[in-house]
Design a binder for this molecule. Structure first.
Ligand SMILES: [Zn+2]
Ligand SMILES: [Zn+2]
Length: 123
């Protein structure tokens, strides 16, 4: 499939409870859907799934309008500024989620995890 953020080619890097595609260009991650329950299933694989560098992700951080490939609608911004900045795109219709490179590893670290989880739909 095509990266919803930079239109690069994507490879499937995880296929279990949810499917994850990684962009060959920006290394961003597209989750077929991501919920609080599904987060548990990808957390153990985060190092393998999210292999892009933070610097790479930051380069695309300012691109805020990401269209859901399934619904053709602009995805919602999910955002918390304090105590740590978390920002990512989530489709309110189908729960598809896009994370920039490095964000999965960052957001599941202890300082971020509770807030990140609270931004995800329960199921
Ligand atoms: Zn991309
Ligand atoms: Zn959608």
């Amino acid at each position: 499939m095509e990266c919803p953020k930079c239109y690069g080619d994507m490879d499937t890097v995880h296929e279990a409870e949810t499917k994850v595609d990684r962009c060959q260009n920006c290394r961003g991650l597209y989750f077929d859907q991501l919920t609080q329950a599904l987060l548990e299933s990808v957390m153990g694989q985060a190092e393998a799934i999210d292999s892009g560098s933070d610097e790479m992700g930051s380069a695309y951080d300012d691109m805020v309008y990401v269209e859901c490939p399934k619904c053709d609608k602009i995805m919602d911004q999910r955002l918390i500024e304090e105590p740590n900045r978390i920002r990512f795109e989530l489709c309110p219709t189908c729960n598809a989620t896009f994370l920039d490179a490095g964000e999965l590893r960052e957001y599941i670290s202890p300082e971020f995890l509770d807030d990140f989880r609270s931004l995800l739909p329960e199921r």
